[in-house]
Design a binder for this molecule. Structure first.
Ligand code: 8Y4
Length: 280
């Protein structure tokens, strides 16, 4: 299956790697120049060199307890970076946003994929995504980032997440967004306990069974910190194991910080698993 990102193809017949490009102030240790388009371009090109299939540009931190970012500030951070990247980065650009104005401006500036952790629930987001006519990743979240980890509860987490995403797919279709443009994401860490996260990963096949491509984000997340006992900067091995497990369970796209290492791991996995040997 090939996803059409505004004319750019994203081949989902093999596992794809989405490189994370954060333009939030908390994502650089020195605290400054986080939204410098030159620095962002350098990071994006390095990830492409390492084999990234798509770059995800985000200006809102969704860490538990992170401050809410105003749409104007998000626009100011994200749009100049997308503009700078669109001319020089040879892979599709994704915009990580829930804000309809940011979706429209980013797609106008060259983004051709929308990654929305709120699954187009903000007022005007369905219409913005429909008008942008690009693929959209619908992610499950219980609650809001500020409070989502307080006491997440589910009757059956796998069925709960699946049914919630089914409802969002129906809302998209009712708004004129065809299914062929949609991806599903269980939203690891977004209103989930350790147990919920592991159950969702174990049962990822249930989500893949919906017939839409599945995208997952597990890279460096606290679910892996809990399993490995390691701080966020030392979770590469855990992240690679998680990416391979997710792909084995049916994920098509993995959203990661460490592109080169993930591409290597996936190449080995693919060579072992694919019935016909492909070198590309
Ligand atoms: C360390 C590493 C600590 C990562 C926190 C984090 C997802 C996503 C995020 C995801 C999709 C994050 C924007 C959270 N996670 N988009 N975005 N799926 N589609 N936290 O799982 O990476 S941000």
């Amino acid at each position: 299956m090939i996803l059409d990102c505004a004319g750019r193809p994203l081949a989902l017949s093999r596992p794809c790697v989405m490189g994370i490009l954060n333009v939030t102030p908390d994502s650089f240790s020195d605290g400054g120049r986080f939204d410098d388009p030159g620095r962002a371009l350098e990071h994006a090109l390095a990830m492409v060199e390492e084999g990234a299939d798509i770059i995800d540009v985000g200006g809102e931190s969704t860490r538990p307890g992170a401050p809410v970012v105003a749409a104007a500030e998000e626009l100011r951070r994200v749009v100049p970076v997308i503009e700078a990247l669109a001319r020089r980065v040879p892979v599709p650009l994704s915009v990580d946003t829930s804000e309809p104005a940011v979706m429209r401006a980013a797609c106008g500036a060259g983004a051709c994929f929308i990654n929305d952790v709120r699954a187009l629930r903000r007022p005007g987001a369905l219409e913005a995504a429909r008008d942008c006519a690009v693929p959209v990743c619908l992610m499950h979240m219980q609650g809001e980032p500020q409070t989502m980890q307080d006491a997440p509860t589910y009757d059956d987490v796998t069925i709960g997440v699946r049914d919630w995403l089914r409802e969002r797919v129906a809302a998209c279709e009712a708004a004129g967004i065809p299914r062929s443009r949609l991806l599903l994401d269980p939203g690891f860490g977004f209103g989930k306990t350790q147990d919920h996260n592991l159950t969702l990963l174990r049962d990822l096949g249930v989500l893949a069974g919906e017939g839409l491509p599945v995208l997952v984000g597990l890279s460096r997340k606290s679910v892996l910190g809990a399993l490995s006992g390691r701080p966020v900067g030392e979770r590469l091995a855990a992240s690679l194991a998680a990416a391979l497990a997710a792909v084995q369970k049916g994920a098509c796209v993995v959203r990661v910080h460490d592109v080169g290492a993930t591409v290597d791991a996936l190449r080995v996995w693919q060579a072992v698993m694919s019935p016909v040997h492909r070198s590309g």
